[in-house]
Design a protein around this ligand. Structure first.
Ligand SMILES: Cc1cc2nc3c(=O)[nH]c(=O)nc-3n(C[C@H](O)[C@H](O)[C@H](O)COP(=O)(O)O)c2cc1C
Length: 336
């Protein structure tokens, strides 16, 4: 594999599994460095990670061993991929809120490498609305997840919350770096999703109908294909805010591929999104510029059974399946 993997270990009972993960990743040919939170060091001594990774283990932001570099920036730049495994509810909450008060969280904010988060916690913690909110925020920020599996938890409960097995995580990492499965690697994808509102006056808004499932599935599939994919705007976003946010993203990522899946209002006087300067797919919305593909459906896309792309019929009832089909179609077109 010959890739640089930074493993960030936070303080859950599953830290012992992270030691096995270092071993599996190293056997697969990865160069692994490990960073630990203070809580993680309560569970396993850093020496175990040092021996397994054959590298120093990092945990103190202010312990600058090499005066030529700042360690956390150096590691953030060194990594081809960062794994946070196990990811505690605490570290998830900090990252979702931009808090950088230790070496792990500081490095996570300093990196531009893809970051995969592997939550592991008690089933009730995982189901807590605050944790769900933070995970949703991280998903919207473009983070990928290695979902916890179900099973017997160390706390005595049975349910979702177990850190995925090291063999499985290693297989996902190998797959990620295999060129075949990553046709969107290095590409940025922007997607709008769901309902959009427009103000009529100080007291009234008009909002379109949409559930946002298609847009979210398109982002998830783009990520699975290796893209840096972002949801632009929120479900129910104001059209003016959506336009500003899209322009901001377009300035930051001038080569971005854009999928406009949000249902924008059609009432007179509503401003239109500009797709100029992007290769864009639209779903029949009025926009400024020309799309490379327009998906046609009888009803609004979120509520349709079928859609048509250049005469090809796609099933829409299963959002994930539709997203796979659409990306396959788009990538075939790009390859031509
Ligand atoms: C025995 C024990 C097991 C724990 N297991 C978990 C866990 O699996 N997941 C979790 O999110 N927190 C767990 N915690 C709580 C975290 O250690 C605690 O929230 C800590 O502040 C996390 O710090 P960190 O995110 O900086 O590593 C556990 C605590 C103890 C004492």
């Amino acid at each position: 594999m010959n890739k640089n993997i930074l493993l960030c270990v936070s303080g859950g009972i599953a830290v012992y599994k992270a030691v096995a993960l270092v071993s599996k990743l190293s056997q697969a040919g990865a160069n692994v460095k490990v960073m630990m939170t203070a809580s993680a060091r309560q569970f396993v001594n850093p020496l175990s990670f040092q021996v397994m990774s054959k590298n120093d283990v990092f945990f103190d932001t202010f312990d600058e061993k090499d005066s030529h570099v700042i360690a956390h920036i150096d590691l953030a730049d060194w990594a081809d991929l960062i794994l946070v495994a196990p990811a505690t509810a605490n570290v998830i909450g900090k990252l979702a809120n931009g808090i950088a008060d230790d070496m792990v969280t500081t490095t996570l904010l300093a990196t531009t490498a893809p970051v995969w988060i592997a939550p592991a916690m008690n089933v009730h913690m995982y189901d807590h609305p605050a944790v769900k909110r933070n995970l949703a925020q991280l998903a919207a920020d473009g983070y990928q997840f290695i979902e916890p599996s179900e099973g017997f938890l160390a706390c005595g409960y049975v349910g979702r919350g177990r850190l995925e097995e090291p063999e499985k995580i290693t297989a996902l990492v190998k797959g990620f770096f295999s060129p075949k499965s990553q046709p969107l690697a290095g590409k940025t994808v922007l997607v709008t999703a769901g309902a959009v509102s427009v103000s009529m006056d100080n007291q009234h808004v008009i909002r379109t109908k949409a559930n946002g499932k298609i847009g979210v599935a398109l982002v998830e599939e783009a990520k699975a294909l290796g893209a840096n994919a972002f949801l632009v705007g929120e479900h129910g976003a104001d059209i003016y805010e959506l336009i500003v946010e899209l322009e901001h993203y377009k300035n930051q990522h001038p080569d971005a591929f854009f999928i406009h899946a949000a249902n924008t209002p059609t009432i007179e006087g509503t401003p239109k999104l500009s797709i100029e300067g992007t290769r864009a797919v639209t779903f029949g919305q009025e926009v400024i510029g020309k799309a490379i593909l327009t998906v046609v459906s009888q009803d609004w896309i979120d509520f349709s059974d079928k859609a048509e792309v250049s005469g090809q019929v796609m099933v829409v009832t299963n959002a994930e399946q539709f997203a796979k089909s659409l990306w396959t179609y788009v990538l075939q077109g790009e390859a031509k």
